[in-house]
Unconditional design. Structure first.
Length: 164
């Protein structure tokens, strides 16, 4: 038996490696804007598993993945302009989508590794906007859930090869 070679990958990635952008275009050509104020970012893919156990499995359970669902849970610090006091347009688009019906409730987003690594996706999602509230000395933060509406699609990272 041979001794495994020590991996060359010795650094740990930071959780803040993700960047989220929102498509603000009303046409078929995307116009991506940065989502500011992200304090937490938690992407997930949840499989639906169905029991596919048969007699041939010899008493061992067998399951089959029949569906995938993606989501992103965020905590945002609610950003506004220091002079006009107007809330950030990208964050406002999420809030308004969360209070809409039909196609108005869907946003187009993309997220990727801000250092140019290959992990990059885009998709359409429904929005839940849940202000955290708080005490007089707390920051105004909002819990946001983006629930995938259809597939998340792997894309080329917009920062690939940029050395960002």
């Amino acid at each position: 038996m041979s001794t495994p070679v020590q991996p060359a990958e010795t650094e740990t990635a930071l959780a803040r490696r993700y960047r989220l952008e929102l498509d603000t275009s009303s046409t078929s050509t995307p116009s991506w804007v940065l989502m500011p104020g992200i304090q937490e970012f938690d992407p997930a893919v949840d499989p639906t598993q169905q029991d596919s156990t048969t007699y041939e499995d010899g008493g061992w359970a067998d399951n089959t993945v029949t569906q995938l669902a993606w989501s992103i849970e965020l905590t945002l610090l609610h950003r506004y302009h220091p002079t006009t006091k107007v809330f950030n347009a990208a964050q406002e688009a999420l809030r308004l989508a969360a209070e809409s019906f039909g196609s108005g409730a869907t946003v187009h987003v993309r997220w990727y590794d801000r250092e140019g690594r290959p992990e990059a996706y885009e998709g359409r999602a429904l929005v839940t906007w849940d202000p955290d509230g708080g005490a007089t000395d707390d920051l105004d933060s909002v819990g946001v859930t983006l629930t995938g509406k259809g597939a998340k699609v792997a894309i080329t990272n917009p920062l690939a090869g940029s050395g960002s």
